[in-house]
Design a protein around this ligand. Structure first.
Ligand SMILES: [Zn+2]
Length: 257
């Protein structure tokens, strides 16, 4: 039995791991879809960026899809979803057609209340809505809904306060924050002990890279993925975060092909 820890350094798949020639299915999957693997108390958690705001977390207890859109074929190489989480109703986060194709018999849904109200009746049976500040659990995963909204006057129309969710998930000892579409709101800045964060940056819908970096430096996750960043210079974001000197690892991934 190989010790998986020898393959993981700082939570990342290392070149040494790939050079051993001994790959578990999890590691093979990680390679195939260019994911990152983190060690939890119950086994590996792999992060699979899909595109823009869509991602998959393959955790020891459940496969979690976040804001899946773009058709089921985008997910063909990934394991089926046990849990699908939706942050809000915009088309780059919610697609009922994609949901219909991805929902298995046992798949559960967690959404914000506004999305739940828009779902077809047959989806509602397996869905639960939580509002900003509320929490729930699915299996061994804890979920807190974090406010996601605009602060800047001329952007308030996109994401009004109180409607949309970000999520903090507790997954076997790791805390993962999916910000959703938001600016660097106080609820983000106040987060504690986040291991892995996904933070948006694009105008006019969310925020500029400097506001994103400022927010990230305040809650100081161990690792941050800039996502939902079409048109933004994420090299500038990375440089600003690094300049803050808080030992936050910025991971740029291929969200746009
Ligand atoms: Zn969006």
């Amino acid at each position: 039995m190989l010790n998986r820890r020898t393959f993981l350094k700082n939570g990342m798949l290392t070149g040494a791991a790939l050079g051993t020639g001994i790959l578990t299915p999890q590691l093979l999957l990680a390679q195939a879809s260019k994911s990152d693997v983190y060690e939890t108390t119950a086994g590996p958690l792999s992060v699979h960026p899909v595109s823009h705001a869509s991602l998959v977390l393959n955790t020891p207890g459940a496969v979690i899809y976040i804001d899946p859109v773009g058709g089921a074929e985008k997910y063909a190489a990934l394991p089926a979803a046990d849990l699908i989480m939706i942050t809000h109703e915009h088309g780059d986060h919610l697609s009922t057609d994609t949901l219909a194709a991805l929902l298995g018999d046992q798949t559960q849904l967690v959404t914000n209340p506004a999305v739940l109200a828009q779902l077809p009746a047959e989806f509602k049976e397996r869905a639960q809505a939580i509002g900003n500040g509320d929490s729930t659990t699915v299996g061994d995963i804890s979920i807190d809904a974090i406010g996601a909204y605009n602060l800047t006057e001329d952007r308030l129309k996109y994401h009004p306060k109180g409607r949309d969710n970000g999520y903090v998930m507790g997954i076997n000892g790791k805390r993962v924050y999916i910000a959703g579409d938001t600016e660097a709101v106080p609820e983000m800045r106040a987060l504690q002990a986040i291991d892995i964060a996904f933070v948006p940056m694009n105008n006019p819908y969310t925020m500029e890279v400097d506001q994103a970096a400022d927010g990230v430096l305040e809650f100081a996750p161990k690792v941050v993925y800039p996502y939902h960043h079409k048109g933004s210079d994420i090299d500038v974001f990375e440089a600003l975060v690094n300049k803050g000197g808080k030992d936050i690892k910025v991971l740029q991934r291929a969200w746009y092909g």
